[in-house]
Design a protein around this ligand. Structure first.
Ligand SMILES: Cc1cc2nc3c(=O)[nH]c(=O)nc-3n(C[C@H](O)[C@H](O)[C@H](O)COP(=O)(O)OP(=O)(O)OC[C@H]3O[C@@H](n4cnc5c(N)ncnc54)[C@H](O)[C@@H]3O)c2cc1C
Length: 427
């Protein structure tokens, strides 16, 4: 035991959640040590890879403005720029490209005042009057059956749920947080970020280091055990051990679950790991030296769960004249990826929307099975209210996109990091 380093506060994981927690606590005077398993790259799923001047996020990434991420980044002082993701949308139905029907005046961007309020305007206006927390234990499908009687528009709402939450499981997903996200998105928009999400990672890393947080790369936590008289003993991948008064774990629920012996694992962690249904996405990230069709910048599948967007039109992600495109298929929690079929399907979408793309291809990067969120927000557990709080035992906290009562995807990571830091500082 004598060669065990005694640390004050240890954070396991250097994604957005871990880096945010490290920064907030180090700035408040805590002595913070963060261990990241990767020896080369920090930032987890928010990393951006630069290839030939093109900025490849890991699949399509947009920051929902006026949500937790935006406010925490501002609080820390991370400045970022970019463009609001707004382009004329096309729909993909039956393998063909369609204009958004004119009767959906708001979605098609056409004013339709003479024919009265359109069905989509009515829908968006109705969101302002909804108490989203009352819909936490209602599924997307139940809500649609009761409230949207036009079958075609119900498909549009399902598509908006996919776009705003990445969820593709109407029979189990909670509608409350989904409608809230659509509402927030429709009012303030979401941003494609100049230089990609690495801007957030680099900003947080600098802020954490400036506040004297120690960031240690290439060390994976392999075990967490109670230490006497209080605190925790952490075993690292190089077989060394450190003890810590407080531990914050910033990885997925199943990864954290496996760090504990059965008799020491907090019950709330076992429950979260058992219930967590990861939301997955098949991605194809593509860099082109020029854009064949400059009018077709954004499209969503209606009868198939597909996404297409030219991110570089709105943010600095490509060299002059070039284009950075994200194409994706929403797998949700239950569709299995089929790499041999999925990638050709996504390439066909490019053939449809950007014919000639193969002649101007600089780089294509398939990502066959990405975890967008560690846990779909389900109606069965009561929606966001069913997610665990950051504090799971004495001196033991979790943060990430599956934690806390606030936010979806990265906003949950930021919000839970902020809450965990507050709880620790209050104790
Ligand atoms: C394809 C795709 C599209 C997305 N689009 C959006 C979007 O449009 N908007 C949005 O808000 N969010 C989006 N997200 C989600 C967003 O990227 C994540 O919510 C966010 O990056 C999660 O950050 P995190 O720190 O919680 O987790 P992670 O990024 O997963 O970080 C966890 C870190 O912990 C490390 N780690 C794990 N176990 C250990 C261990 N035992 N020891 C040491 N280190 C460990 C990992 O290496 C990793 O660096 C998207 C994600 C994907 C994959």
């Amino acid at each position: 035991m004598s060669n065990v380093d005694s640390l004050d506060l240890v954070i396991i994981g250097g994604g957005l959640a871990g880096l945010t927690t490290a920064t907030l606590l180090a700035r408040s005077g805590k002595t913070v040590t963060l261990f990241e398993q990767s020896s080369k790259e920090i930032g987890g799923r928010a990393r951006t890879t630069v290839i030939d001047g093109f900025y490849f996020n890991q699949g399509p990434h947009a920051l929902f403005l006026t949500d937790a991420g935006d406010s925490v980044l501002k609080e820390i002082g991370i400045h970022y720029t970019g463009g609001i993701a707004a382009s004329k949308a096309y729909l993909i139905i039956g393998g063909k490209k369609h204009e958004v029907p004119a009767e959906y005046s708001r979605l098609s961007g056409k004013s339709n005042e003479s024919s009265g309020e359109s069905i989509d305007s009515q829908f968006f206006n109705s969101l302002a009057k909804i108490d989203f927390s009352e819909l936490e234990n209602v599924t997307v499908q139940e809500w649609l059956d009761k409230n949207i009687h036009d079958k075609n528009f119900a498909e549009i709402v399902k598509t908006l749920v996919r776009l705003n939450t990445y969820g593709n499981d109407p029979d189990i997903q909670s509608i409350g947080s989904a409608l809230r996200q659509i509402y927030v998105g429709s009012r303030s928009g979401d941003m494609y970020v100049d230089g990609g999400w690495q801007t957030f990672v680099d900003g947080l890393l600098t802020a954490a280091k400036n506040a004297n947080a120690r960031i240690i790369m290439g060390k994976k936590a392999t075990k967490v055990k109670r230490a006497d008289p209080s605190g925790w003993l952490i075993t690292l991948s190089d077989k060394t051990q450190v003890s810590a008064k407080i531990v914050v774990m910033a990885a997925g629920p199943k990864e954290i679950y496996s760090l504990f012996d059965d008799n020491e694992r907090p019950e709330v962690l076992s429950k979260a790991a058992k219930e967590a249904k990861p939301i997955r996405l098949v991605c194809l990230d593509v860099a082109l030296s020029s854009l064949p069709d400059k009018d077709t910048l954004f499209a969503l599948g209606i009868d198939r769960p597909l996404y297409f967007s030219v991110h570089s039109t709105h943010a600095k992600l490509a060299p002059e004249g070039g284009a950075l495109i994200h194409v994706a298929k929403y797998l949700g929690t239950s569709i299995e990826p089929k790499p041999r079929e999925d990638q050709p399907e996504l390439e066909e979408i490019l053939d449809l929307l950007q014919p000639g793309w193969r002649q101007v291809l600089v780089k294509k990067r398939p990502l066959p099975n990405m975890v967008v969120s560690n846990a779909l927000v389900t109606a069965a557990v009561g929606g966001l209210a069913g997610r665990p709080d950051p504090k799971i035992a004495d001196n033991l906290y979790v943060v990430g996109d599956w934690v806390g009562k606030e936010g979806l995807v990265s906003n949950a990571s930021f919000a839970s990091a902020k809450r965990a830091a507050q709880l620790i500082l209050n104790e």
